[in-house]
Design a protein around this ligand. Structure first.
Ligand code: AKG
Ligand code: MN
Length: 213
């Protein structure tokens, strides 16, 4: 079986044994997702966090849910409080959890109930280096990743660092789900080229849903 094939009936493309790309899956609710992002950012503003090594990340982040992913000099972790405001993160909108659960189900991960949603904001030139999502307790749950706004090149590596990752362009409304054997694959985002998206202008957003606890 080729590594990349289309499952036309289900409108999905395989990118590995546990990975499905759903092109345009979130298009219908794109505006609602963007409005919700705006409301989240009013409570917990976007900020550029520092890596444990002291480097400022180029993507700005906020989050919602019971906890959210943070990084600073002390390391990577999930925090129940937003370190910027000292308050809880905004609750996860019902639309977010429903969308993530539905698409995870279609990818073969029934019962997914995300407790965290990291919201990434990329301005042109921002990127995310190759990394694994590995701060969660139970890798049986997948990662659900929703792209909005400017297109960007997603880098899809292997289970080990090194080698040259596959590259695929993610566009407004695309949803990627990875789990199972692929749960710890390295991935990242190449520097986002400038462009103009009708709905977000010069910005790409990404929603990453996970089950942290
Ligand atoms: O922006 C993306 O598409 C990927 C984000 C990501 O990998 C992360 O936040 O861990
Ligand atoms: Mn990631």
């Amino acid at each position: 079986m080729p590594d990349l094939f289309s499952d036309l009936a289900n409108n999905r493309e395989s990118l590995g044994p546990g990975t499905w790309l759903f092109r345009g899956y979130a298009l219908d609710v794109g505006d609602q997702l963007l409005e919700a992002i705006g409301r989240i950012a009013e409570v917990s503003p976007f900020r550029r966090m520092k890596t444990p090594g002291g480097r400022e990340m180029s993507a700005a982040m906020t989050g919602c849910g019971a906890r959210s992913w943070v990084t600073d000099r002390r390391g990577y972790r999930y925090s129940e409080l937003d370190p910027e405001t000292g308050r809880h993160w905004p609750a996860m909108p019902a639309l977010f959890s429903r969308l993530a659960a539905d698409v995870a189900d279609r990818a073969g991960y029934p019962g997914f109930g995300p407790d965290v949603c990291l919201v990434n904001r990329y301005q042109p030139g921002a990127r995310m280096g190759l990394h694994q999502d590995r701060d969660e307790q139970d890798y049986r749950w997948p990662v659900v990743s929703v792209s909005l706004g400017l297109p960007a090149t997603f880098l899809w590596g292997g289970l080990r660092r090194g080698g040259s990752p596959a590259r695929l362009v993610l566009e407004h409304g695309d949803v990627l789900v990875w789990g199972g054997e692929d749960r710890l694959r390295y991935h990242g985002i190449a520097p986002v080229p400038d462009g103009r998206c009708k709905v977000t202008g010069h910005v790409r957003y990404n929603l990453t849903f996970r089950r942290a606890l």
